[in-house]
Design a protein around this ligand. Structure first.
Ligand SMILES: *Cc1c(COP(=O)(O)O)cnc(C)c1O
Length: 378
């Protein structure tokens, strides 16, 4: 059988990892500034994480959501503490798209309304509702495109108010920081305006923190830099360091009704064991503080490099826009300097390293990045 060939692949296969490094079978070491797409939060193959998963699978890997599972409660307590949302409610699922589906569905249940407002260049996932709220014609099929989703320009509060004042919108969904579009921040002030306007018209504010959450920006969630509290928050990528898990954090005001949401695999024992280990390691090793410090260092040093168009982002969620072809530059970094980076659009290099990245590793990246940029502009 052939694989359905939808991915553009680098001709390289990491087979093992440790912290911020991955290795190919011949032992070549690569510095990972991409974290497997913002998924690796505590580093590759962290011993505590490996042990937690191994122990759990040896005991009980799975049972359904028809019985008590105290691992879910343990995880909810830990996430309550580490996120600063101890009074919110937790619903567990399996991916980012699924978390957003549940968030939008919940908003519709709660308000009795049909419409969702999203933002230009947004990415919310590839399942039916999530992709409908995504502003990228290449990945939205005719089946998904629906008049129930409208888009406003990011930062345009007048456009938001015009839409929401119809009182037809169940929810407004926004990324804490846009990732796929190339690292674009909504701005703290815009988020505060959005909080006020959505409240005024009875629309639930859904923060998609799937990429920008889990401590990446130096606070647990990117929106926490603005001081607002959303009604619903979605998480996935870094929550279990690569074990598939999505999560929806739900305001205490929203009351659950039996059967309104559900999933077979969501919140299973193995996924919970993985996510608990991640939350523990993040706290024990002060990884959010590290993300803030190394992120600030990386951003300020990148801004000193001449010839770049723009450096955007917060903490360890960084977009570096260059004049030329970013994919060529990333290839050169990978194949000549053994450094993984992410892409976004034609001109942007995206940095999404594990939160455990060290100052020395950041320095090495900066040195090699500078040499590649200098070569290009020479
Ligand atoms: C990755 C991502 C998603 C989708 O997550 P999947 O686990 O791939 O379904 C949704 N929103 C944002 C902001 C993302 O970065």
């Amino acid at each position: 059988m052939e694989l359905f060939d939808v991915y553009s692949l680098y001709d390289i296969e990491p087979v093992s990892g440790k912290g911020s490094y991955v290795y190919t079978a011949d032992g070549t070491e690569y510095l990972d500034l991409y974290g497997g797409h913002a998924v690796i939060s505590i580093g590759h193959a962290h011993p505590k994480y490996v042990k937690a998963i191994a122990n759990q699978v040896a005991k009980l890997g799975f049972y359904s959501n028809s019985v008590q599972n105290s691992l879910q409660k343990t995880l909810a307590d830990k996430l309550g503490k580490i996120t600063g949302y101890p009074d919110y409610q937790l619903f567990l699922c399996n991916s980012g798209a699924e978390a957003n589906e549940n968030a939008m569905k919940l908003a519709s249940f709660v308000t009795g309304r049909k419409k969702i407002l999203a933002f230009s260049k947004a990415f919310h996932g590839r399942t039916s509702g999530a992709v409908a709220a995504t502003d990228n014609p290449k990945i939205v099929s005719p089946f998904n495109a629906t008049p129930n989703v409208e888009f406003a320009p990011l930062g345009d509060i007048a456009a938001v108010e015009k839409a929401l004042s119809t009182r037809e919108f169940a929810g407004v969904i926004i990324e804490g920081i846009q990732g796929v579009s190339g690292i674009h921040e909504p701005g703290d002030n815009f988020l505060r305006q959005l909080r006020n306007v959505s409240k005024e018209y009875g629309t639930l504010l859904i923060l998609d923190e799937i990429q920008s959450g889990t401590g990446r920006t130096g606070k647990y969630f990117a929106h926490q830099h603005s001081g607002i509290k959303p009604d619903i928050i979605t998480m996935a990528k870094g929550i279990a360091n690569g074990f598939p898990m999505g999560a929806v954090l739900i305001s205490p005001v929203i009351k659950p009704v039996k059967g309104m949401l559900g999933t077979t695999f969501g919140g299973n024992h193995l996924a919970c064991a993985a996510a608990i280990a991640v939350a523990d390691v993040m706290a024990e090793e002060n990884l959010i503080q590290n993300a803030a410090e190394i992120g600030e260092y990386l951003i300020s040093e990148l801004k000193k490099i001449p010839g770049l168009v723009e450096v955007r982002g917060r903490g360890l969620m960084i977009g570096v826009e260059i004049e030329g072809d970013a994919s060529a530059l990333r290839k050169q970094l990978l194949f000549e300097h053994n450094i993984f980076t992410g892409g976004a659009g034609v001109h942007t290099v995206r940095l999404l390293p594990a939160l455990c990245i060290t100052k020395e590793q950041a320095e090495r990246f900066l040195k090699e990045f500078k040499s590649v940029v200098n070569q290009k502009s020479a």
